[in-house]
Ligand binder design. Structure first.
Ligand code: NAD
Length: 506
């Protein structure tokens, strides 16, 4: 595999895993990044030590003192320039994301496009960080609220979106006046360092103080530096529910803020009024796209009993056409899982499905003769909603099929899991669609009609309820999570009237 894109992104065989933006430090401990595509060694990053971490925080704190004073539209201008640099590097960065994570090249490019989109969004936002003004009950008083930056935002990200999720957080936080320390997934360190290299150039050209955007590398221990640290007012963490519970407990114990984007268990309800073409495209992409390693991947299909057999047959036929192989080859639909542990988790889930009484329509299994050893076949299992395995997110291409009789029952099945990220209904009936979207409908953060569960646009607030963590990132008014609200009351009279008419005369 030709890897000239690494050079274009300023990556070496051994990369500094700790950087405050302009200067970098380099610990002796290295960890290696191997491509799940062909098992090749791509490069290494140094693990951030506690000492380096403390230095990074101090530099970030200093940078915040200056960055927060810069007018928000001027910060937006820097984000605009970063968006332009990403346009220039879209091809190289997209290829690296695809090669290091294993998603299709189209999705790798899509991830960089998402970064560009959020830059554009953040530039506009930099002129729209509005507060409300309200009428005071006291004469000659003015009351309003304004939003100030928080300080250092700690960003912990997952392997499956190695770059886009960071940019959702960092670009918004930066226009809000915060500075960021990013702890990327230990499975995709090079994609993160490449983003930082590109941003570094822009920050340097604009004489921005060192420390506005920092990176630390390592496993959960490096993440814990952020969660345990009182100097980090907000930790935004994306990953498994297991990780989110640990982060919430640690950050909560010091009364810090956490923004959690955790696991999903996403379902599509297919009603007798569904357009079958949409069901197949939305459903199959949702289940096998990114090899089932999206937080929004379709895990469950809840199908009306009258069309169950038809849908089942069509899915089985569609799955026969799925081409599995090198994700950089545009003819392939599905690439590898991230690593061998992920393959083991997938295989053990297949065993559990059988043990719990599931019946395989498409049997799945690992593909042994492909380089890297991380390729698997997608599986479809017929199950009942109450089975333990159906309640769990297995981060792999397994689709569960189940039957329903009434739409109320389908909605109950869809909601009756611990997670609450993404959901969809396939129907041409307005009544069915509206019921699904109503308060008696889906309990998820994302509810779609006639599109699948997978993927989202940056303009909407992204996130989910229950064990998905409750956080919202990206569009809409998610920016408020990165700022502190201040209510101001200003008296321009010559007396001091008290609220609620309380009398206090001296
Ligand atoms: P993971 O939980 O194993 O790791 C995620 C990140 O958390 C990594 O950077 C890891 O080093 C760090 N981490 C782990 N334990 C930690 C701890 N105790 N303290 C601090 N940091 C810690 O997740 P993963 O395997 O990389 O990603 C897959 C998971 O992420 C899936 O569950 C998926 O649904 C979820 N995800 C959710 C969203 C969302 O927006 N809801 C988006 C992408 C991925």
């Amino acid at each position: 595999m030709k890897t000239d894109f690494l050079k274009k992104l300023g990556l070496k065989k051994v990369n500094n895993g700790t950087s405050t933006g302009l200067k970098s430090t380099n610990s002796k401990v290295l960890f290696k990044s191997f491509s799940p595509v062909d098992g090749s060694y791509i490069g290494s990053a140094s693990v951030t030590t506690k000492k380096e971490y403390d230095k990074t925080v101090k530099t970030a704190q200093k940078a915040f003192e200056k960055w927060r004073l810069m007018p928000a539209p001027a910060r937006g201008e820097i984000v605009r320039q970063y968006g332009n640099e990403l346009r220039t590097h879209k091809e190289s960065l997209g290829k690296l994301v695809s090669y290091e994570m294993g998603k299709s090249l189209q999705e790798g490019y899509g991830e960089v496009q998402e970064m560009i989109d959020i830059c554009d969004f953040a530039v506009g936002l930099s002129r729209q960080l509005y507060g409300l003004s309200m009428h005071s009950e006291r004469p000659m008083h003015r009351m309003y609220e304004q939003w100030h930056p928080l300080g250092i935002v700690g960003i912990i990200s997952a392997f499956n979106f190695p770059v886009a999720v960071w940019s959702w957080n960092a670009m918004i936080a930066m226009v809000c006046g915060d500075v960021c320390i990013w702890k990327p997934s230990e499975k995709t360190p090079l994609s993160a360092i490449a983003c930082q290299n590109i941003l570094q150039k822009v920050l340097k050209a604009n004489n921005v103080p060192e420390g506005v955007s920092c990176i630390i590398n390592g496993d959960a221990t490096a993440g814990q530096y952020l969660t345990e640290d009182k100097r980090i007012p907000l930790v935004s963490a994306t990953g498994s529910t297991r990780m989110g519970k640990a982060v919430a407990a640690t950050v909560g114990a010091r009364l810090g803020k956490s923004l959690l984007e955790l696991g999903g268990n996403n379902a599509i309800i297919v009603t007798p009024k569904a357009d079958m073409k949409l069901v197949l495209t939305g459903g199959v992409f949702g289940a096998v796209g990114t090899a089932g390693q999206r937080c929004t991947s379709t895990r469950r299909m809840i199908i009306h009993e009258s069309i169950y057999d038809t849908v089942k047959k069509k899915l089985a036929t569609a799955y026969k056409q799925i081409k599995i192989g090198n994700p950089l080859d545009p003819k392939m639909h599905m690439g590898p899982l991230i690593d061998r542990d992920a393959v083991e988790n997938y295989l053990s889930a297949l065993i559990k499905i059988r043990e719990q009484g599931g019946n395989f329509l498409v049997s799945g299994g690992s593909i042994k003769n492909k380089k890297g050893g991380c390729y698997v076949k997608p599986a479809i299992a017929e199950v009942t909603p109450d089975m333990d395995i159906v309640q769990t997110e297995t981060f792999a291409p397994i689709l569960y099929l189940m039957k329903y009789k009434t739409l109320d029952q389908a909605i109950k099945i869809q909601n009756n899991v611990p997670q609450g990220l993404s959901s969809a209904i396939m129907t041409d009936s307005l009544k069915e669609a509206e019921l699904f979207l109503s308060v008696a409908g889906s309990d998820c953060g994302i509810a779609n009609v006639n599109i699948g569960t997978s993927g989202a646009e940056i303009g909407g607030a992204f996130g989910g309820e229950k064990e998905t963590g409750g956080g919202r990132e990206s569009g809409s008014d998610s920016w408020k999570a990165y700022m502190r609200r201040q209510t101001n009351t200003l008296n321009y009279s010559k007396t001091v009237p008290l609220a609620q008419g309380i009398k206090f005369d001296l």
